[in-house]
Structure formats: structure tokens, C-alpha cells
Design a binder for this molecule. Structure first.
Ligand code: TYM
Length: 334
């Protein structure tokens, strides 16, 4: 049996459809395999940029409810919150000490976020963030990590850290493999197809939030930028329309060549109308289920408490072994 681990940062607004298409729908599918799945709301990662205590707690609840409403089944997967399992931060410290300034400084996400005049004042957490992410996965000695394309570089570093640790301290961790879908792994902004759809763009028109009200979802799709010309075609010369086709393919299960064949010659209005209907058809039942879940905080807390117990049962023995291997007094040898 192989073990799967993945995570999502909680945000005030909740996840967007890029998260759903690039990550969550794959997480749901993996539950049907023989794999043992661990899915984590990574609240400590959300502290790498300034945060408010109430919105952090609220974001954790919203994100957990979102995952359950999209089909993560807490009976079949271990669904939990990162900060409930202190082993993540303990292993993170050891991995930070094994990480090199040079490799952390080369992470494009760090470079992007630290660009501009504020570079001097950004938190150091943003710099060591990939080492914490490596600790998340290695704590469970997971083999496979389903993520979107933007996490590729972090996964490479994670693999390097696992190899480095194993070489120095003895075989301890499997070297985890990224699982990145061939399609939908990089959904772009609706208002700028050169930029990844993200929570932090600050422009509401760029991302479709999974919790957005449905009329505004339709409005955002209707206003999405398109390419010059009017052909429905797929490929690098048609970045905006290709992005809309990627989203449509992901939510309907059709392939992009099938969609192009069906929509060719019909203009962008038809593509957008079909896309709006298809996205709403996915979001409507999701939002109904979400409303039930978020209305029952006691049940959500119980699910997350149980998830944390199951996660700790795996994380504890890993850390005991790690402590022993690296020479800490509290290792299992005592
Ligand atoms: P986060 O919270 O930014 O995103 C969660 C997942 O959604 C994917 N994703 C996208 N996929 C396609 N198109 C997009 N526009 C898009 N935007 C986001 C991400 O690739 C991710 O899979 N560092 C991680 C969270 C994390 C993690 C981990 C992941 C922490 N520890 C351990 C895996 C394993 C992050 O910030 O994801």
C-alpha cells in the first residue's frame, strides 16, 4: 500500500476552482485506490504572511468543510489540521537545518512574493516555508503527493531533503513523488491568462471562489478575457480560450479535443455560456452540502479531532525514529 499526502492553505475566502481542479478532485479520486490518504489543512503555512487570529480559525473551518463537501470522506481519508500535530514543526526545524540558503532562495514562489521594496520586511517563514512543507509529507513517510503545477519546485526540494537526510542518517524516508495531472494542473486567472489563478491576486474577477454566489460566478465567466479573433481553439497561441477549455474539460470530464470539435465555429459566447452552466452544475450541489457542514461546527470539530488522533498515531513513531537517528536525547534508544 502506498501513502498519499497533500495539503491546502486555509484562506478567509476559502478555496477557488483552481484548487479544486488542480488538487481536490484528484484527492477525491485517490480515495478509490488502494492508497492510504492524508489530507491536511496547513494553518501554519498561512502564517508566512500577516494574519488575523479570527480569520485564520474561520479559514480552517471553511477549508475543512470545503474538502468534505467536494467528496473527501473522513472515514476513508485522514482529514486533519496541521497545527494539531506538533511533529510537523519539530521535523521542520531539523529539515530547515538541512536546507541550504541557496536552494531556498531559488524557489520561484519566494522570489515572486519577496519582490519589490518590501523584501527587507517579509517574514522569515516565507523563506523556510518549503522545508515545513517537506516536513508535512515526510512526517507520514508518504510516497505520493498530488498537487498542482505550482508546487513542482517545492516537491523537488522535498525529494532532495529526503535523500539528504537518508544519506546522512540512514534510510528513513521514502523519496516522495509528485502526482501532477496532465490537464488542469495550472488554471490561469480569468482576467489575465498569463497569471496563475490564485487567492492572493487581490482582484475578485481573477478567480472563481468555490463559495462565490452563483450569479457572480456567471458574471465572472461572462466577463473573462478571451483571445483576439473568435475561434474556439486550444494551444499556446490561444491562452485565454485554452484556459476556459481546461476548466470546462475538468468540470465536465470531456477532453479538450472533444470540446473544440463541438464548439468550433460557434464563437466565444457559446463557450462561456456552456462553461457557466457546467461550473454552476458542480458548485450548486457542493454549496448546498457546504452550508450543512458549516452550520454544524460541533460535527466539524469532531471530525478534525478524530483526524488529528489518526495523524498523530503515524507522526509520533516517525519522529521517535528521527530523534534517534539525528542523535537527540529523547530518541527511542532511551
Ligand atoms: P495552496 O493552498 O496554494 O493550493 C492547494 C492546492 O491547489 C493547487 N493549486 C492549483 N492548481 C491548479 N491551478 C491553480 N491555479 C492552482 N492554485 C493552487 C496547488 O498546487 C495545491 O496542490 N504549499 C501548498 C500547501 C502544502 C502542501 C504541503 C501541499 C503545504 N504542505 C504538503 C502538498 C504537500 C500550497 O500553498 O497550496
Amino acid at each position: 500500500m502506498t501513502r498519499v499526502f497533500s495539503g491546502v492553505q486555509p484562506t478567509g475566502e476559502g478555496p477557488h476552482i483552481g484548487n479544486y481542479i488542480g488538487a481536490f478532485r484528484r484527492w477525491v479520486e485517490l480515495q478509490d485506490t488502494q492508497d492510504e490518504c492524508f489530507y491536511c489543512v496547513v494553518d501554519l503555512h498561512a502564517m508566512t504572511v500577516p494574519w488575523e487570529p479570527e480569520s485564520l480559525a474561520e479559514g480552517v473551518r471553511r477549508t475543512a468543510a470545503t474538502l468534505i463537501a467536494t467528496g473527501i470522506d473522513p472515514e476513508r481519508s485522514v482529514l486533519f489540521v496541521q497545527s494539531d500535530v506538533p511533529e510537523h514543526t519539530e521535523l521542520a526545524w531539523i529539515l530547515i537545518c538541512l536546507s541550504r540558503m541557496g536552494e531556498l532562495g531559488r524557489m520561484t514562489q519566494f522570489k515572486d512574493k519577496s519582490r519589490g521594496g518590501e523584501a527587507e520586511s517579509i517574514g522569515a517563514g516565507l523563506f523556510v516555508y518549503p522545508s515545513l512543507m517537506a516536513a508535512d509529507v515526510l512526517t507520514y513517510r508518504a510516497d505520493r503527493v498530488p498537487v498542482g503545477d505550482d508546487q513542482r519546485q517545492h516537491l523537488e526540494l522535498m525529494r532532495d531533503l529526503a535523500i539528504r537526510f537518508n544519506r546522512k542518517f540512514g534510510e528513513t524516508f521514502p523519496v516522495p513523488e509528485a502526482v501532477i495531472g496532465r490537464q488542469g494542473a495550472r488554471i490561469m486567472s480569468l482576467d489575465d491568462p498569463t497569471e496563475k489563478m490564485s487567492k492572493s491576486s487581490g482582484r475578485p474577477a481573477s478567480a472563481i471562489g468555490m463559495l462565490d454566489d452563483l450569479p457572480s460566478v456567471r458574471k465572472k465567466i461572462a466577463r473573462a478575457v478571451t483571445d483576439s479573433g473568435s475561434t474556439v481553439a486550444y494551444g499556446p497561441e490561444h491562452p485565454a480560450v485554452s484556459n476556459l477549455l481546461d476548466i470546462l474539460a475538468a468540470v465536465t470530464g470531456e477532453s479538450t479535443p472533444e470540446l473544440v470539435a463541438r464548439l468550433e465555429g460557434q464563437g466565444y459566447a457559446r463557450l462561456k455560456a456552456d462553461l457557466a452552466d457546467a461550473v454552476v452544475a458542480v458548485l450548486e450541489p457542493f454549496q448546498t452540502r457546504y452550508a450543512e457542514l458549516i452550520g454544524d461546527p460541533a460535527m466539524l470539530d469532531k471530525v478534525l479531532d478524530e483526524g488529528a488522533d489518526k495523524a498523530r498515531a503515524v507522526a509520533g513513531p516517525t519522529m521517535a525514529l528521527v530523534r534517534e537517528r539525528v542523535g537527540l536525547r529523547s530518541g527511542v534508544l532511551r
